[in-house]
Design a binder for this molecule. Sequence first.
Ligand code: AHR
Length: 311
Amino acid sequence: MKKLSLWLCAIALSFSSFVAFAKDLTIGFSQIGAESSWRTAETKSIKDEAEKRGIKLQFSDAQQKQENQIKAIRSFIAQGVDGIILAPVVQTGWERVLKEAKKAGIPVVLVDRTITVSDDSLYTSFVGSDLLFEGRMAGAWVVQDLEGYGNVVELQGTPGAAAALDRQKGFKDMIQYFPGIKITQSQTGDFTRAKGKEVMEAFLKSDKNIDLLFSHNDDMAIGAIQAIKEAGLKPGKDIKIISVDGVKDGFTAMVNGELNATVECNPLLGPLAFDTLEQAIDGKKVAKVNTVRDRIITQDEAASLIDARQY
Ligand code: AHR
């Protein structure tokens, strides 16, 4: 009996120390900001997952500024966090601060946007969508929809962001074989509704001969829809629209016939980001790239899918 209770004590002790270890993790999360509903959904996914796992999350909102993200990472290093999640606003300029994190032995998992560094070992892993493929999917849809001919305007995301650079490149990769399709105007709308509206107004003022809008996200497309309506045109009909994200408001626009298609980009990255980071903290080998699979959703499917949308 005495032996049995000793065993039970030992098991209980080791279990409680395991739980304490899990609860003791502190992770720093440097988020870009709150420019779109997509990003708000990503922030929620990461915060909710940290809470579910009993992880202490140090959250920092960079208000779209890389310098604020660099400051946040330095502060996470100084606090001695166990790991860092970084949603990088732009693709370049991370070498120095990531070297500092590596020197401190802190694993860094990138979420949703990729970076370009000379040494890939400066970060542990990337978790997110294939942004180039998203652009290609949009381009392939446009080629088919325009049957090879038409004037396209483009609303780009934040300058220098992988989500803008790759989506643009992927799109061009596909339409390059169709010289009848021309990008007549292209400008940044910073991934926001307000800027999307403003830039679309400017496009329409300078040249109304627009067949289709390719918007790097749903929020800018929703702003542009407003501008098109105010110009007395019918979005989705007079000007076809395809965007990226697949947020609930994008689905509503499709159901209303104002958005023709959206390329899904899943923001619910919390579970995969923490799985990856925890494995790295435990010293396990993790995949360098963890790609989330997305697909294109067209207007005719929207009504049947909208209720199940989580973001
Ligand atoms: O990096 C992902 C992009 O950033 C989303 O498509 C956009 O909505 C967000 O702001």
